[in-house]
Design a protein around this ligand. Structure first.
Ligand SMILES: NC(=O)c1ccc[n+]([C@@H]2O[C@H](COP(=O)([O-])OP(=O)(O)OC[C@H]3O[C@@H](n4cnc5c(N)ncnc54)[C@H](O)[C@@H]3O)[C@@H](O)[C@H]2O)c1
Length: 375
């Protein structure tokens, strides 16, 4: 099953294709888009074999392909790695009509995307996401960038890709913990905008008997399962496609994607990135839902349903015992998405619906944080 969606912004339009095996269609799709120049394939080191195979297929279709691998991990979103990509591209004669292909997770998408946005004042970009998080989130929407020693994602540009090709077969080799972290974003998309997606995730979990001790896993040998999961992933991609089509530059609707991230980001930083982003988002979603309950915006039952679903997909919502809850509050007020000194909270009113509130009293946040279950 292949799902093709279209991102439509004020300036551009591009297809986002999700399905098992879609990477094999890359050469044809590039030709359809009129991309005939040389291709600069930037791959995560863990995808070196996939990169080689992809390059061979592209060469067989008469493309000139340059390949480079980038060390895995957040540290590669650096000036040093960006500089290495510029040296490689410029040293080998990149031209304006060429395209950069980013094969990997969000790290590669952000880094190679920023290189594509800036080299020769911008060349075409194709996102080939290989993690669940990148498929449903990072590869769609045009945010690219690197980290600065003083903070994450502080240098970057909006540069929409010409094509996003999410081949779910790549998830077969993704480490289980990375997969689980990706489910947090999928569940988040259900809570913020698609109650049907939330229900589909819950139905599949019930049918498969998934729970905290026996959570969802990718089983490449189970065709029925991978087809169902691919359908669910495509539905989660649709949420991101809709949101970025409404709000290309994060002036409004796009902030809803930040659900669970206000507290999540603070936890990530305070724990020195010991937990993965998605793991922190799951804890943040639980806290945000409890803030909404405390404000009378939604029923306590929402917290329970969300917690059960996160658990079924392998995500804990309790806070690590060594986490300093006062420090979370202090960090939140410094969050990037604070506007005019106010924290903008994305809070659920029902599964599938969220509201943005800037008037959450500090004592409500304190109470929710101090009453958070601890591991
Ligand atoms: N641009 C955006 O809109 C956006 C949105 C969300 C997150 N991000 C960024 O995304 C990054 C996180 O992305 P991520 O979670 O994809 O992490 P990642 O890119 O670091 O990948 C996670 C790990 O999985 C490995 N890996 C990737 N695909 C694999 C595969 N198919 N098989 C085996 N191993 C594989 C990688 O080598 C890495 O070790 C962060 O830097 C974050 O800032 C960007």
């Amino acid at each position: 099953m292949t799902t093709t969606l279209t991102v439509t912004t004020s300036t551009t339009q591009y297809p986002v294709v999700t399905g098992a095996g879609v990477l094999a269609t890359l050469a044809d799709r590039l030709a359809e888009l009129g991309l005939r120049g040389a291709l600069w394939l930037v791959a995560d080191e863990h995808l070196a074999a996939v990169a080689e195979q992809t390059a061979a297929t592209l060469r067989a279709a008469d493309y000139r392909v340059h390949t480079i691998t980038v060390p895995s991990g957040e540290n590669s979103k650096s000036f040093a790695e960006l500089h290495r990509l510029y040296d490689w591209m410029i040293g080998n004669g990149i031209e304006r009509r060429d395209a950069v292909l980013a094969l990997g997770g969000g790290v590669i998408g952000d880094l190679a995307g920023f290189a594509a946005a800036t080299v020769l004042r911008g060349v075409a970009l194709v996102q080939l996401p290989s993690t669940l998080l990148a498929m449903v989130d990072a590869a769609v929407g045009g945010k690219t960038g690197i980290n600065h020693p003083l903070g994450k994602n502080l240098i970057g540009a909006f540069h929409q890709p010409r094509l996003v090709l999410a081949d779910t077969n790549l998830l077969a080799t993704l480490p289980p913990r990375e997969l689980r972290a990706g489910w947090a974003e999928v569940i988040k998309h259900g809570v913020i905008r698609d109650a049907g997606l939330f229900a589909a995730l819950a139905d599949l979990a019930a049918a498969r008997g998934w729970h905290a001790a026996n959570p969802a896993a990718w089983d490449a040998g189970d065709a029925e399962l991978t087809t169902e999961l691919t359908g669910i992933i495509a539905r989660a991609v649709a949420v991101k496609v809709e949101v970025v089509s409404i709000d290309e530059f994060e002036r409004g609707e796009r902030i809803t994607l930040n659900y669970g991230h206000t507290i999540g980001h603070a936890i990530e930083q305070l724990l020195g990135y010991r937990l993965l982003h998605g793991e922190c988002v799951a804890i943040g979603m639980d806290a945000a839902a409890r803030i909404a309950v405390a404000l009378g915006m939604c029923a306590p039952e929402l917290v329970e349903r969300q917690r059960a679903l996160l658990a079924a997909y392998g995500l804990a919502t309790a806070m690590p015992a060594d986490l300093d809850r006062e420090a979370i509050l202090a960090l939140i007020t410094r969050d990037k998405k604070v506007q005019a000194g106010k924290v903008r909270w994305v809070l659920p009113t029902a599964i599938g619906h969220v509201t943005v509130r800037s008037d959450v009293p500090i004592d409500v946040i304190e109470t929710v944080l101090s009453s958070s279950p601890a591991l």
